[in-house]
Design a protein around this ligand. Structure first.
Ligand code: HSE
Length: 308
């Protein structure tokens, strides 16, 4: 038996909600898991990149692979060890660009393996295993259930999440640069402690963000998309981020500009006007830093992981 699962890309943080907010995008990875029939054939992992320009040579295809590690935890949860398994990972989501490619394949692999095993684990268990491997519920939750969510990884290892409403008049433009940024490196530049005033700044904005979504309040959303906890520290790893955020402020239609997850992609939320000016501004600013950009105009993916 073979089970395939399609999971969406994600954008975590959304400015003020560091490690807390995330949304799903209609770009997908597909993970297939099958038990091989030949005893002793071991673990086989194949990665197929469906975007030709992505370098996947560094992704482990042995037991260090994150999809395998997640599946192994699921097997351990039911007191078993995976022996003969073939895992095929087809990727379309750009890798190491802040678009949740890891979360997507971890969630896909776990759901596929869970089906294969006769569904021993419920959503709560699967989300908790996925977050243990990936580390960030703000990516795992939207990859799993779609939409835009708030989520929290609790001290007991469980993930609490709630879906939030989205006003479809707010559009998303994802600006993807032509270089990768590893999440670990992007987290390594963050301080262990932050000034109280910065914590309060983000606390207020996270509350504003939720209220803005429920009340379709564009002015409040605009205020809420600011951040002092992670983006200022990551600017040095994302050339042009500060300049793009500043330059886009003056364009009619732009509601806010945030870093996608740990970067380096940039998300512009706008109200339907100003598309060509946004693209031109981002292109010109990144050109100055010798960075080439690709633009994705996408709605929020309302659906999460789907068994094919
Ligand atoms: N919230 C996490 C971060 C997402 O910003 O580091 C990592 O993909």
């Amino acid at each position: 038996m073979k089970v395939s699962v399609k999971t969406p890309a994600t954008i975590a943080n959304l400015g003020c909600g560091f490690d807390s907010f995330g949304l799903a995008l209609p770009l997908y990875n597909v993970v297939s898991v099958e038990e091989t029939v030949l005893p002793g054939s071991g673990i086989e992992i194949n990665i197929i990149n469906e975007k030709n320009n992505e370098d996947i040579s560094d992704i482990p295809t042995d037991k260090n692979n994150i999809v395998y590690k997640a599946i192994e935890l699921l097997y351990n949860f039911i007191g078993q060890i995976p022996n003969e398994l073939k895992i095929t990972i087809k990727t379309q989501i750009p890798i190491s660009r802040g678009l949740g490619s890891s979360a997507s394949v971890i969630v896909g692999g776990l759901i596929a393996a869970n089906e294969l095993l006769g569904r021993p684990a419920d959503e709560k268990v699967l989300m908790s295993i996925a977050t243990e491997i990936e580390g960030h519920p703000d990516n795992i939750t939207p990859a799993f259930v779609g939409g835009i969510n708030l989520s929290s990884w609790e001290e007991d290892g469980s993930v609490i999440y709630r879906k939030l409403p989205w006003n479809d008049e707010w559009k998303l433009m994802v600006c993807v640069p032509d270089y990768e940024l590893n999440t670990e490196i992007s987290r390594s530049v963050l301080p262990k402690e932050v000034p109280m005033k910065d914590a309060i700044f983000n606390l207020k904005r996270s509350a504003m963000f939720v209220d803005a979504l429920y009340n379709k309040d564009e002015e409040l959303l605009k205020l809420s998309l600011k951040d002092k906890l992670h983006q200022p520290y990551r600017e040095k790893l994302v050339p042009g981020l500060a300049e793009i955020m500043n330059n886009l402020k003056h364009i009619n239609g732009v509601v806010g500009t945030v870093l996608c997850g740990a970067g380096p992609s940039i998300l512009v939320i706008y109200n339907g006007i100003g598309v060509s000016e946004i693209k031109e501004t981002v292109t010109n600013t990144w050109n100055y830093f010798n960075v080439k950009s690709n633009f994705l105009n996408l709605p929020i993916e309302k659906e999460g992981a789907v068994i094919l």
